[in-house]
Structures are given as structure tokens and as C-alpha cells.
Ligand binder design. Structure first.
Ligand code: FES
Length: 119
């Protein structure tokens, strides 16, 4: 697998107003496409994670683009309500407390938001 492959997932403007954008990861070979992730902006910085809860390895959200808790402070898993710090993915409450989401390197290039495939 080409681990240097970067993939455009959205435009920066798509993240305005606290929007989360979900995407599927491709390894650049036209093959595997099974991993999903999400990207968002918080206080001017971009963050991206695999959409996989460390508790059971399933996707965090039930509703498209909905990842935050009702107070808009933490990423919340819809399955068993684990809470994660948006800036580092650390679980601070719930069945996977102490684990972290898998972060993805995210960059911006001419308004396009790109993520790097996980190793
Ligand atoms: S699957 Fe996420 S808290 Fe259980």
C-alpha cells in the first residue's frame, strides 16, 4: 500500500459552521475502500479521525455528519455514549475510557482538505 497517498475529502468551506464531513478512504490502487473517516474544523484547526470507536470497532455515528454530544463539547459515540476530546481523540468517559480515536494527518491545499491514509 502506498502510505504517502493523500486523498481529497472535501473543500474547506464544507466545514464552515462546525460541519463534519464523512469520507471513505481509498488506498489509491482502485481497490480497498472499506475504511471511513470524518473531518472537522475547531477553532481554525483541522482534525480527522477514522470513524471507528475503540470500544467495538464500529462507526461512531448513527446520523450522517452527527458526531458531537448535545453540548457540542465532545465527540460522542452513538452506540454506548463514550466521549472523546475533539482535539486529540482521547476517550474521557465510557466503556473505552483511556483509548483514543485513530487520528489521520490532515492538510489543506488551495482550499481542498486532504487526509493521509493510515499506516
Ligand atoms: S461502540 Fe462506541 S462506546 Fe461502544
Amino acid at each position: 500500500m502506498n502510505t504517502n497517498h493523500r486523498q481529497t475529502v472535501c473543500q474547506r468551506g464544507d466545514l464552515a459552521g462546525g460541519q463534519f464531513v464523512e469520507f471513505s478512504l481509498s488506498d489509491g490502487t482502485g481497490g480497498r475502500d472499506e475504511q471511513t473517516g470524518f473531518v472537522f474544523e475547531r477553532e481554525g484547526r483541522l482534525y480527522a479521525y477514522l470513524n471507528r470507536c475503540p470500544h467495538l470497532g464500529i462507526e461512531l455515528n448513527w446520523m450522517p455528519g452527527r458526531f458531537m454530544d448535545p453540548d457540542n463539547c465532545f465527540i460522542q459515540c452513538a452506540n454506548h455514549a463514550a466521549l472523546f476530546i475533539p482535539e486529540n481523540g482521547q476517550c474521557i468517559a465510557g466503556p473505552c475510557q483511556g483509548d483514543t480515536l485513530t487520528s489521520l494527518e490532515v492538510t489543506e491545499d488551495n482550499g481542498a482538505v486532504l487526509v493521509r491514509l493510515p499506516v
